[in-house]
Write a protein that binds this ligand. Structure first.
Ligand code: EPZ
Length: 427
């Protein structure tokens, strides 16, 4: 078992470089299957969700080569099976992107129901509705999702909810369908635009990504491409909040400031000073932090993936803040852990009332999911005393070298491994 041990209280200062976006990469790597030639993808984050994605690609018969630490070459010419088994899919939500990619590539796919962060019910009905509209038969049995089509035909699809996953999956299935597909009420997140840019660089014809109507005109074939993934909006936002929470001063490099606007505005309201440059952003804390209300919304609203981190910051602010989670049913599980550190937060369904307590105290805590884990790291950095965070595998799913990057900013933080034999003796 591995843990982070953080001795809080240091003001973070210096520069940090943001890695490629997890939620773009986990879509772009499967999308490379749609090409008839190899693709080279740069700025791939070194995180465990990408390790799983690569294992799935290899299990399907694709050839994957690491050209350097963040560059992959994917050759999809020898795909031998359209099946993604439970053992691989169970650990990652985005394993369901292999449904759209394989359906578009070979007309069928069988993928185990996906795993990923437990944030409440996460149905896939809109994905299946989209595939169905394109002419695919869909069925779920024994935990496997089956999709199959002799021929995919462009269609008009209106999503009942704004969904990142279904927008991505339907885009991938539709790029080679006959005729025009129109997705209405599409998600507009930066990674949707990044995937569309990648597919277009392979010869796809996609317009409107980043708006709520995406038009995809099917093409016969896709060719290889050389593409660089956008920087991770949420990793950047996490470091921005860490600067504010520790009264620090961090220059966050390799970002697209436009993607960070909703986070920037909220941090300014809470009392941080934020300065934007072309591809970096500087956050300075240290002044008084004040209450703010936050409601998560689909892009360009405040991202649900930053909700635990901003809630943690609000515990350090003066006054009562209301945080409303409007995307997922159950994304406040980390609150019990923050309470162990002295936070005063009450949760009723999707609303949390945060009474600012000014300071937190170190305690042993457990990461309940990826962003919850990031929030606990921020809490530990800001708290007095020692915080021990267990279950850090959740954090490593989505943050590249988090403790190294934080240490370089002055954090007193280390990762320790406790051998299984020692754990067994302790039981
Ligand atoms: C993606 O999840 C991200 N994951 C999540 O990031 C992120 O929190 C979420 O989008 C929202 O931005 C990846 O990109 C791999 P959705 P996804 O489909 O695709 C409902 C992180 O921390 N819905 O946009 O699963 C659903 O229940 C992770 O990096 C349906 O009802 O999210 C939710 O309430 C966590 N039916 C809402 O839509 C469906 O068929 C939005 O879900 C699909 C979704």
């Amino acid at each position: 078992m591995e843990k982070y041990i953080i001795k809080g209280g240091n003001r973070l200062h210096g520069e940090v470089t943001i890695s490629g976006a997890k939620n773009a990469a986990v879509a772009i790597l499967p999308a490379a299957l749609l090409s008839d030639e190899p693709c080279i993808i740069e700025n791939v984050p070194n995180i465990s969700d990408i390790d799983i994605t690569i294992k799935i690609l290899l299990s399907l018969g694709a050839e994957v080569k690491m050209l350097d630490k963040s560059t992959l070459r994917i050759d999809p010419r020898r795909i031998r099976t359209p099946v993604v088994e439970y053992d691989l899919a169970k650990n990652m939500r985005a394993s369901y992107y292999f449904l759209g990619a394989l359906l578009g590539k070979v007309g069928r796919a069988r993928v185990s129901m996906p795993g990923g962060c437990d944030l409440g019910a996460r149905p896939v009905d809109q994905h299946l509705k989209g595939f169905n509209s394109l002419g695919a038969e869909c069925a779920v049995d024994h935990g496997m999702i089956h999709v199959q089509a002799d021929r995919l035909v462009g269609a008009h699809i209106y999503f009942d909810v704004v969904t990142v996953g279904a927008t991505i999956n339907v885009m991938m299935a539709a790029v080679k369908a006959d005729g025009l597909t129109v997705i209405e009420n599409a998600a507009k997140e930066p990674h949707i635009v990044d995937l569309a840019n990648f597919l277009n660089s392979m010869g796809a014809d996609i317009m409107g990504a980043g708006t709520d109507v995406i038009k995809i005109r099917g093409v016969k074939a896709l060719h290889g491409a050389h593409y660089s993934i956008i920087p991770d909006q949420i990793e950047a936002g996490t470091f921005m909040v860490a600067a504010a929470a520790t009264g620090g001063d961090i220059l966050v490099r390799n970002v697209i400031p436009k993607h960070l606007e909703s986070i920037t505005v909220k941090l300014q309201k809470i009392g941080a000073y934020v300065e934007e440059f072309d591809d970096s952003i500087r956050v300075t804390g240290g002044g008084p932090l004040v209450k703010a209300n936050v409601k998560t919304m689909p892009h360009p609203g405040f991202p649900t993936d930053m909700q635990p981190q901003i809630t943690t910051l609000l515990t350090l602010a003066e006054g009562t803040s209301i945080v409303t989670e409007s995307i997922f049913d159950n994304r406040f599980k980390y609150v019990d852990e923050l309470r162990r550190m002295g936070a005063d937060i009450s949760v009723d369904g999707r609303v949390a009332v945060v009474e600012g307590v000014g300071r937190l105290m170190g305690a042993p805590v457990k990461a309940t999911d990826l962003r919850a884990g990031a929030a606990l790291v921020i809490a530990g950095l800001a708290a007095s005393g020692i915080t021990e965070i267990e279950e850090i595998h959740h954090i490593e799913r989505g943050y590249e070298d988090m403790e190294k990057k934080l240490r370089a900013l002055g954090a007193d933080m280390k990762k320790i491994s406790i051998p299984e034999s020692v754990l067994a003796q302790a039981l």
